[in-house]
Structure formats: structure tokens, C-alpha cells
Design a protein around this ligand. Structure first.
Ligand SMILES: [Zn+2]
Length: 148
């Protein structure tokens, strides 16, 4: 028997000799994660699958009118989260448009004059929660102590 590391939980499990290329253990949450990953891949790569999913979801929604209205009422925190993430996605699209319209020399001049002096801690989106403003992307930099 060959021990295989589950890509989802990191635990080792005994691989079946009949199933090659096993990646997930038998745990329910790992099997669900594997299925979700397969569906995400299928949605990205298979136009027929995508069309079938869309039409069956549409049919289901017609049989269950008011589902999303009820869902949003029952889950206000998820509704708020989705609203924020959507405004981030809208901001990303808008800022990509803006960058495409910009002259490349303008973009170069926007860079920090000496970026090597700073260590990037991460890139974050600042999303206004109350005011209706665009989300803006910011770089969080660590300024060295020797910086004048
Ligand atoms: Zn697992």
C-alpha cells in the first residue's frame, strides 16, 4: 500500500491500487473540496457544462421564487460581504480600464522613485463600507528604520 498525502487536509491515507492519481482522502470535507475544485475547473474550461449549469440554475430559481430575497434577509453578514467583494471586482475592472487608457510613460512616473528601499508587506483593497466610493488598491510597505 502506498501512503498518499491529501492535498486538502494534509493527512496521509492509503491509496487504492485501483485508483491512480488519488489526491483526496475519504473525509467528507476533502471529498467536497475536491468536487468543488472539479466543478470550478469544469466551469472555466467546458462551455457546454457552463451552459447546462446556467440553465439548470435558472430552472431551479424559477421553481423557488424569492430564494435570494430570503437568503439575503437570513444572512445579512454574507450579503454585506458579497456587496463589498462585488465593489472590489467592479473597482478592479474600472482600474484595469483606466490603466489600459494611460500612457505607459505616465505609469512609469507613478512608481516610487526608489522602490528597492521598501519591502512590500502586501497588496490590499481599501473598500469603503458606507460611502459609495470606488475601492482602491494599496501597497503596504515596510519602511526601513534607516530611511531618512
Ligand atoms: Zn483530506
Amino acid at each position: 500500500m502506498v501512503e498518499i498525502e491529501c492535498v486538502y487536509c494534509g493527512d496521509f491515507f492509503e491509496g487504492s491500487p485501483r485508483h491512480k492519481n488519488q489526491t483526496a482522502c475519504k473525509k467528507r470535507k476533502c471529498q467536497n473540496a475536491k468536487k468543488a475544485a472539479w466543478q470550478r475547473h469544469k466551469m472555466k474550461t467546458d462551455p457546454d457544462y457552463r451552459a447546462n449549469q446556467k440553465s439548470s440554475q435558472k430552472r431551479w430559481l424559477q421553481d423557488n421564487p424569492g430564494y435570494w430575497k430570503k437568503y439575503r434577509r437570513k444572512n445579512p453578514e454574507k450579503t454585506e460581504r458579497n456587496r463589498i467583494l462585488q465593489s472590489v471586482r467592479n473597482g478592479k475592472i474600472r482600474s484595469t480600464d483606466r490603466i489600459a487608457k494611460m500612457d505607459s510613460s505616465l505609469i512609469a512616473k507613478m512608481d516610487a522613485s526608489n522602490p528597492d528601499r521598501f519591502e512590500i508587506v502586501g497588496q490590499f483593497w481599501m473598500v469603503p463600507v458606507i460611502a459609495k466610493m470606488d475601492a482602491s488598491k494599496v501597497n503596504i510597505l515596510r519602511i526601513p528604520t534607516c530611511y531618512p
